[in-house]
Design a protein around this ligand. Structure first.
Ligand code: TA6
Length: 310
């Protein structure tokens, strides 16, 4: 079984304009609510592939209900803790139709009460079992500190869950101490983690190898539209995605992780895992929403993904 945990989910509002202009009235062409990330998007990919999983985390109010409804409509088994009296945050994503690139504005999220976090840990104790994959994506909301985050990781380790973590900043630094099976930093998150900017790809790969030596089985460095570098103790692979016209890149990293988790769960080899992850993330980038992707498009893109050992 796979459990995905999103401590600070979001209701996304995609706002479509021709081109965002400063100091002018930007007339919207369309607006669409969508499922906000992070591990929620992993669950969407797993469910689309018919892989059993439970999506949990902490939600609030009508916004939270709206996200859960949209997830359940896409076949995800949701089991979130709802905190009374608060609303799940909204993330505003401005999507320009006349040129590539989006603008994302995220609210911090409501403050989690100690009892709410306790309820989540009790739920995790019930739903996670030894050897389960547990995906934790995103940052920590107000009210949860690094000590709480560490307690959560310890809890999952005590149960015997296999940790896959996509986060940043202090959470990523803490996660590394727990030797997760897989982490997926982007370039900024890696720089924050190691404390400097690698001068070239060679130095970058040396840093990924150091993380492997610390006990992290797979380090997938996301390079955005330029693809990724995937490192294990045995191999390092550079992955180049197909050329596409990018519509909305929001959610690509989460869908990439969902694709990788779905293939790891089926015990595919490293190349197939990340060929599919790259293909489905590419599909996501060609869609207007933040959680849309197409398995059919991904199948086509698989052939166009370029991979080589470095
Ligand atoms: O990664 C995409 C996404 O999950 C969006 O759907 C939006 O919800 C945003 O990221 C939230 O980012 P944050 O880092 O605040 O959790």
């Amino acid at each position: 079984m796979i459990t995905t945990i999103t401590l600070n989910p979001s209701l996304d509002l995609n706002i479509y304009v021709d081109k965002l202009k400063k100091n002018q009235n930007n007339r919207t062409k369309n607006m669409k609510y969508d499922i906000g990330g992070k591990a929620t998007h992993v669950s969407l990919v797993l469910s689309a592939l018919g892989i059993e999983n439970i999506a949990t985390g902490i939600m609030g109010g009508n916004n939270g209900k709206k996200v859960v409804e949209m997830m359940e409509d896409r076949g995800v088994d949701c089991d979130f803790v709802f905190q009374e009296g608060d609303e799940t945050r909204v993330t505003y994503i401005v999507v320009q139709e006349e040129e590539e690139g989006t603008y994302m504005l995220t609210e911090p999220g409501f403050s989690i009460r100690p009892n709410t976090f306790k309820e989540l840990k009790q739920k995790i104790k019930r739903i996670v079992h030894k050897d389960d994959i547990v995906v934790i994506s995103g940052g920590i909301p107000p009210g949860i500190n690094i000590g709480n985050y560490s307690d959560l990781l310890n809890l999952i380790e005590e149960i015997g869950g296999r940790l896959i973590i996509d986060t940043s900043g202090k959470c990523l630094a803490e996660a590394v101490k727990h030797k997760p099976y897989l982490i997926k930093p982007n370039e900024v998150e890696l720089r924050e983690l190691i404390g400097y900017r690698p001068i070239d790809e060679k130095e970058c790969i040396e840093e990924l190898k150091k993380l492997n030596d610390k006990g992290i089985e797979i380090v997938a460095l996301s390079l955005g539209g330029k693809g990724s570098i995937v490192s294990t103790k045995e191999r390092t692979i550079r992955i180049i995605p197909p050329d596409i016209v990018q519509i909305n890149d929001t959610g690509c990293g989460d869908v990439f992780l969902g694709g990788a988790v779905s293939m790891l769960y089926q015990e595919k080899d490293l190349e197939e895992v990340f060929r599919f992850a790259t293909a489905i993330a590419t599909s996501k980038a060609t869609k207007k929403g933040t959680s849309d992707f197409s398995l059919e498009d991904a199948k086509k893109f698989m052939k166009e993904v370029i991979m080589y050992d470095v």
